[in-house]
Design a protein around this ligand. Structure first.
Ligand SMILES: [Zn+2]
Length: 263
C-alpha cells in the first residue's frame, strides 16, 4: 500500500484559476482548466513503498487534458496512469489522489475525488462563485461529474465513449443487477460496471469471490428506463460537479417508484 497523499496536497484547479489576471482570462478561449503549463504543475508527494518500505518522492499530475494528451486517456483506461514504480525495488504502487479529467472534445469534465468525496465535492463546487463568466459559460455546456474511485472514472469514460447518458446507465444498472441476482442466486454479486463487449452495452458484474460475469442490456431497456426517468432528471446540465452513482440512482428510483405507486 502506498502512502499517497495528504489532504492539504489537494491543490484546487479552480483555486489556481482565480489567480489569473482579468486580461489573461480574456485572452483565453473558454476554458475551465488552467493553462497547460499550470495544469501540468505536478504535485510532489512522498510515497512509502509497500514492498521494500523505502520512501521516495513522486510528482503527480493534477489534471489531464485529453484533447492535448490523448495517450493519457489510454493510461487511465488501463490504470497505468495511477501506478508509480518504486526506484529501489521496482514494485508498483497504486496511487489514489484528486485528478481532474478534462475532455473538451466531449464537453466532459470528471473530477476524481477519492477521499472524503462529498466534502471535497462541496469545496470544489463552492469555488464557483470565483469563476470568471467564461468559465461559467463553459460549465453550462459541459457535463460535470465527480467520482469516488479510479474504477468509476474509467466507467464514466466508457459510458461517454459509448455516447450514453450516464444517469440512465446508472439507473439501468440497478435493474440489470437485480435481475442478475434473481437469475443467479448462487453468485454473491457485489458491484457492476458499465462496459461494451463486442459492440453491445452491458455491465461486468463482480462477485465476492472475484469472479466476473457479463450482463448485456436487453434491447429497449435503456430506452424504457430513459422514458421512466426523464420527468425526474434535470433538463439542463448543472454548472457543478455531480456524483451520479448508485446512491444517486437509488434516490431517483425511489421517486420513480413513488410516482408509479400513486398512479
Ligand atoms: Zn520498493
Amino acid at each position: 500500500m502506498a502512502e499517497d497523499k495528504k489532504p492539504e496536497d489537494m491543490k484546487n484547479i479552480q483555486a489556481e484559476q482565480e489567480k489569473a489576471s482579468p486580461e489573461e482570462t480574456k485572452k483565453e478561449k473558454i476554458r475551465l482548466v488552467p493553462k497547460e503549463e499550470e495544469q501540468y504543475l505536478p504535485m510532489e508527494v512522498e510515497i512509502t513503498c509497500g514492498h521494500c518500505g523505502k520512501s521516495w518522492k513522486a510528482s503527480l499530475q493534477q489534471c489531464v487534458n485529453i484533447s492535448l494528451h490523448p495517450e493519457e486517456k489510454e493510461q487511465i483506461l488501463d490504470f497505468s496512469f495511477f501506478r508509480k514504480k518504486c526506484p529501489f525495488c521496482g514494485e508498483n504502487s497504486e496511487l489514489s489522489y484528486p485528478l481532474l479529467y478534462d475532455d473538451m472534445g466531449k464537453a466532459l469534465m470528471i473530477y476524481l475525488l477519492p477521499e472524503n468525496t462529498e466534502e471535497m465535492l462541496a469545496k470544489v463546487n463552492a469555488q464557483q462563485e470565483f469563476w470568471s463568466p467564461d468559465m461559467l459559460k463553459a460549465a453550462r455546456i459541459c457535463t460535470m461529474r465527480a467520482v469516488r474511485h479510479s474504477i468509476y472514472l474509467v466507467e464514466k469514460i466508457k459510458i461517454f465513449d459509448a455516447e450514453l447518458d450516464d444517469r440512465i446507465v446508472e439507473l439501468t444498472k440497478n435493474f440489470i443487477f437485480v435481475r442478475f441476482q434473481k437469475e443467479r442466486p448462487d453468485v454473491e454479486a457485489r458491484n457492476a460496471l458499465f462496459e461494451q463487449q463486442n459492440g453491445k452495452n452491458g455491465y461486468t458484474i463482480f462477485a465476492a469471490d472475484g469472479k466476473r460475469f457479463w450482463a448485456e442490456i436487453p434491447e429497449g431497456v435503456y430506452e424504457e428506463v430513459e422514458r421512466m426517468a426523464s420527468p425526474f432528471l434535470d433538463k439542463k446540465p448543472r454548472t457543478e460537479y455531480e456524483l451520479i452513482d448508485p446512491i444517486w440512482a437509488h434516490e431517483i428510483l425511489g421517486k420513480i417508484l413513488g410516482k408509479s405507486d400513486e398512479s
